[in-house]
Design a protein around this ligand. Structure first.
Ligand SMILES: Nc1ncnc2c1ncn2[C@@H]1O[C@H](COP(=O)(O)OP(=O)(O)OP(=O)(O)O)[C@@H](O)[C@H]1O
Ligand SMILES: [Mg+2]
Length: 239
């Protein structure tokens, strides 16, 4: 099978802090993901996973290196161009959910559709449908803070999936979910990755969901250490 590169990071460097207290988060990092695949990114806390996701999402600009998503170079784009790129291409499940507390659950999920120009009625219908799919029927009109952690995480997932983005990036999407709910959510996420010209990148510590990956990239100290082509061979005990 021939693969088309959906996401490529080449020799990317990111460091934080001053010269005396510098933290190197990404260190000449290379990473790539293909269209039609679900790739997982695993590795110890602090190794740079969220930082790498931010770079390929265009929310963090690397100090050096190249980022290419669906053939378009992101390094060098203006903030406005990056915003347009994200609106068109990206769904992002944040590690800390990032729901808007003043909006209702359904309004949170409607946001990507409204930004893309959908009418209020269409956005509400689609948001309501996906909330039912993630098991939150009846909770649409409440505020996110009235929900449990796992329920809030499912709102964040619904918001990232609702507009069927070409690039879906999920940072620990099952961290607050039980085994069965996590499996249901991963089925939905995997289904999305199977459509042509799509790509899904999932950061996880949850070895119960490794089986949903096409490939698993192991990260350590800001670099990809190894890429496993058959995730079933991966020994979860190292995590
Ligand atoms: N905004 C920031 N300011 C300063 N340091 C940061 C910032 N973001 C990340 N770092 C540092 O960069 C390194 C990589 O962080 P990152 O959040 O990418 O790790 P991670 O692999 O996602 O960890 P976890 O599994 O705990 O979420 C860490 O040492 C972290 O402290
Ligand atoms: Mg992280």
């Amino acid at each position: 099978m021939t693969h088309t590169i959906a996401v490529a990071a080449r020799q990317v460097d990111i460091s934080f802090g001053s010269e005396e207290a510098k933290v190197i988060a990404l260190n000449h990092t290379d990473f790539s993901a293909h269209t039609g695949e679900l790739i997982m990114l695993v590795g110890p806390s602090g190794c740079g996973k969220t930082t790498l996701l931010s770079v390929i999402a265009g929310t963090l600009t690397p100090q050096s290196g190249e980022i290419e998503v669906f053939g378009q170079r992101l390094d060098g784009l203006s903030q406005e161009e990056l915003t347009t790129f994200r609106r068109k291409n990206l769904g992002f499940v944040f590690q800390s959910f990032n729901l808007i507390p003043t909006l209702s659950v359904v309004e949170n999920v409607m946001i990507p559709l409204l930004i893309q120009g959908a009418s209020h009625a269409v956005a509400k219908k689609k948001a309501t449908e996906i909330l039912e799919k993630v098991g939150l029927k009846g909770r649409e009109e409440g505020k996110p803070n009235a929900l449990s952690g796992g329920q809030q995480q499912r709102v964040a997932i619904a918001r990232a999936l609702v507009h069927e983005p070409p690039l879906l990036i999920c940072d620990e999407p099952t961290s607050a979910l039980d085994k069965d709910t996590g499996a249901q959510i991963m089925e939905m996420i995997r289904e999305l990755s199977r459509a042509p010209n799509r790509c899904v990148v999932v950061v996880t510590h949850d070895f119960r969901i490794f089986k949903y990956a096409d490939r698993i990239a192991e990260m350590e100290d800001g670099k990809i250490k190894r890429v496993v082509d058959d995730p079933r061979t991966l020994d979860p005990t190292y995590l």
